[in-house]
Design a protein around this ligand. Structure first.
Ligand code: GLN
Length: 533
C-alpha cells in the first residue's frame, strides 16, 4: 500500500455546477510546484469516456497527450496545476464496468460471485493507488463528479471512505463543496442546505475536514460558526467559494482564507504557495489596455462550454499582451452577410464535425483572407481554409472536404487512409500529441521559437496529399508537416497580417503562465489591427 502519497477527496453537495473542478484545480495550484499533484476525476455515467458525447450536453471533449478523450475539467486541472495528465486519470463507471467485465471473462475472479463490494470498489481504489505510483505523485486529488446522494456516485464515495483505513488517517482528507444561498427577501446567508448535504455524506461514512461554501458574498463569521458546529469542523476550515468574474481568481480567494495552512495541518505537509506571477496576470485579465473584438465562428455557439479551451486560450494571450478580449460567438449555419465580421479584430474557426454551418464558415474565412482580418483555423478550421483557398485562389469550383460532400470533384480534404476501415466510434480518431516540423522562417516558426513542435489532435480527415503540390504552387504555405512529410499540420499565407491554420488543437496546451503560441500570434495581430484603425 503506498502510504507515502497523500490524498484529498473532493465531494459536492446541494447543486451540481458549483465549480468543483475549479476548486480541485485551485487547490492543486496552491500545492504545486512544491508537491507533485495529480488530479483524478470520477464520473458516474456509463459512457467509457466523453469522446462520443455531444459537446452541447457535456461541454468540450478535452484531449490529452496520450490521446485520452476526457472530461473538460482536465482543462482546468492542466491549466492551473501545469501538469500533463494521463487518460487513466478520468474514471467513468463505463470504464470501471468495462474493465470488471474483462477481468471476469478472463477468469480473474474464478469461483467467486463478482460484487460491488469488494470487487468493484477494490478495482476503483486500485486505480487510484496505481495512478499515484505511476505518476510518482506526492498528492492525489480525487474529484467525485456530481453531488453526494446521486446513486451513480455511491461506489466512488464508498471507495474513498475505505481509503482512510488503507492509507492512514494522516494521509487523507475530505473537502466538501456546498452552496450557501441568500434568498431574496430573506437577505441572509443560509446554512441548511450545507448541513443536509454533509449529513448525506456522513451517512456514507465520510466526515469533511474542510467545507467550501459557494456564495455570492464572503461568508460571515456567524454562519461559519454555525456550519462549523453542525458539520464538525473548525470555523477556519469553512472557506468561501466566492462568485468571481474569473475562475483564475479562485486560488487567490482560497489562499487569502488560509487554505494551504489548513491542508498542511491536516496532512502534515508544509507549503508556501507562490502565486505572485499568477496574481499579476489575473489583474491584467481585467485591467489590460485595448479591448479586441474576436469572434469564434461555429455551430455549437449556444453553449460557451463547447469551446471552453479556445475561450481560455484567448484570455491567456490577452493577459500576456496587456489587452482585453471581447469574445463573441457567431453561428455560421445561416450566415448571409458579413457585416458582423467586418468590424472584428480577429476570427477563429474552431474544431468541428459534420456539414452544418460549414459553408458559412468558408464564407467567413474568405472574408478574413480578402480583408486582412487576423484568422486562426483550428483543425476543421484549417481544413475549411484549405477548401476556401482551393475554390477561390486555385479555381477548383466547389472544392470540399469529403466529410461535407463525399462526391466533390476536388476532394482537397479527405479521410486519413488509416481511418477508412475504422468502424467503432469511441476513441478511434487520430488522437493525442503528434509532432510536426516547422518551416524555418515561417510565421509560426517565429511564434513557437522552435523547429520541432507538438500539439494535440482529434480528427479523421486531413489535407489530401494528391493536392499538396497544386495548393503550394498557388501560394498556400505548408508551414509545418508531420516528420514523415505526409500530413499537413500547419498552413499560412503571406501578404496577410495573420492567416494561420493548425491541424492540432493548440488551445489544449495553453495556460495563463504559458499562452499557446498560435493564439498569442492571433491576439497580437488583432491588437496591431486595432491600434492601426
Ligand atoms: N471533422 C474534422 C475531422 O474529423 C475536424 C475535427 C476537429 O475539428 N476536431 O478531421
Amino acid at each position: 500500500m503506498p502510504k507515502e502519497t497523500k490524498y484529498i477527496i473532493f465531494t459536492g453537495g446541494v447543486l451540481s455546477g458549483l465549480g468543483k473542478g475549479i476548486a480541485v484545480a485551485s487547490v492543486g495550484k496552491i500545492l504545486s510546484p512544491k508537491y507533485k499533484v495529480m488530479p483524478i476525476k470520477c464520473d458516474g455515467y456509463l459512457n467509457v469516456d466523453p469522446g462520443t458525447m455531444n459537446p452541447v450536453e457535456h461541454g468540450e471533449v478535452f484531449v490529452l497527450d496520450d490521446g485520452g478523450e476526457v472530461d473538460m475539467d482536465f482543462g482546468h486541472y492542466e491549466r492551473f496545476i501545469g501538469t500533463t495528465c494521463y487518460s487513466e486519470q478520468n474514471l467513468t463507471m463505463g470504464k470501471v464496468f468495462h474493465e470488471i467485465r474483462i477481468k471476469e471473462r478472463r477468469g480473474d475472479y474464478l469461483g467467486k460471485t463478482v460484487e460491488y463490494i469488494p470487487h468493484v470498489v477494490d478495482h476503483i481504489k486500485n486505480k487510484y493507488y496505481e495512478l499515484a505510483k505511476k505518476t510518482n505523485a506526492d498528492i492525489v486529488l480525487i474529484e467525485i463528479g456530481g453531488t453526494v446522494g446521486q446513486i451513480e456516485n455511491n461506489l466512488y464515495i464508498e471507495a474513498c471512505r475505505q481509503m482512510k483505513k488503507d492509507v492512514g488517517e494522516e494521509n487523507i482528507m475530505y473537502i466538501h463543496l456546498s452552496y450557501v444561498p441568500i434568498p431574496s427577501g430573506v437577505n441572509e446567508q443560509k446554512s441548511k442546505p450545507t448541513q443536509q448535504s454533509v449529513d448525506l455524506l456522513r451517512q456514507r461514512g465520510i466526515a469533511p475536514d474542510i467545507i467550501i461554501g459557494r456564495c455570492s458574498e464572503m461568508l460571515t463569521d456567524s454562519i461559519k460558526e454555525k456550519m462549523a458546529t453542525f458539520c464538525d469542523v473548525t470555523p477556519d476550515a469553512v472557506i468561501t467559494g466566492l462568485d468571481v468574474n474569473s475562475v483564475y481568481k479562485i486560488p487567490l480567494v482560497f489562499e487569502q482564507q488560509g487554505m494551504s495552512k489548513i491542508i498542511c495541518q491536516k496532512l502534515d505537509i508544509c507549503v508556501k504557495p507562490k502565486l505572485d506571477k499568477w496574481e499579476s496576470l489575473v489583474k491584467k485579465l481585467y485591467n489590460g489596455g485595448k479591448t479586441l473584438n474576436i469572434a469564434i465562428c461555429g455551430k455549437y455557439t449556444n453553449l460557451e462550454d463547447s469551446y471552453a479551451s479556445v475561450v481560455e486560450a484567448l484570455y491567456h494571450s490577452a493577459a500576456n499582451l496587456d489587452c482585453k478580449v471581447n469574445i463573441s460567438f457567431v453561428e455560421t449555419t445561416n450566415i448571409s452577410n458579413m457585416d458582423q465580421i467586418a468590424n472584428l479584430d480577429g476570427v477563429i474557426v474552431p474544431g468541428g464535425f459534420g456539414s452544418r454551418g460549414a459553408e458559412g464558415k468558408i464564407k467567413v474565412i474568405q472574408y478574413c483572407r480578402e480583408h486582412n482580418i487576423p484568422f486562426l483555423g483550428i483543425c476543421y478550421g484549417l481544413q475549411l481554409a484549405v477548401a476556401e483557398f482551393a475554390r477561390n485562389i486555385v479555381g477548383f469550383k466547389d472544392a470540399n472536404s469529403t466529410e461535407i460532400n463525399p462526391n466533390t470533384k476536388f476532394a482537397v480534404v479527405d479521410i486519413l487512409p488509416e481511418q477508412i476501415q475504422v468502424e467503432n466510434k469511441g476513441g478511434t480518431m487520430r488522437l493525442g500529441a503528434y509532432p510536426a516540423i516547422l518551416k524555418k522562417n515561417s510565421k509560426i516558426y517565429h511564434l513557437y521559437g522552435s523547429e520541432k513542435v507538438s500539439e494535440r489532435h482529434r480528427h479523421r480527415y486531413e489535407v489530401n496529399p494528391d493536392y499538396h503540390a497544386v495548393l503550394q504552387k498557388n501560394g498556400l504555405i505548408f508551414s509545418g508537416m508531420s516528420p514523415d512529410g505526409r500530413l499537413v499540420e500547419f498552413i499560412e499565407i503571406s501578404n496577410h497580417p495573420y492567416f494561420v491554420g493548425c491541424q492540432g488543437h493548440p488551445e489544449l496546451k495553453s495556460s495563463l503562465l504559458k499562452p499557446a503560441p498560435l493564439f498569442f500570434g492571433l491576439v497580437k495581430a488583432a491588437k496591431e489591427r486595432r491600434v492601426k484603425s
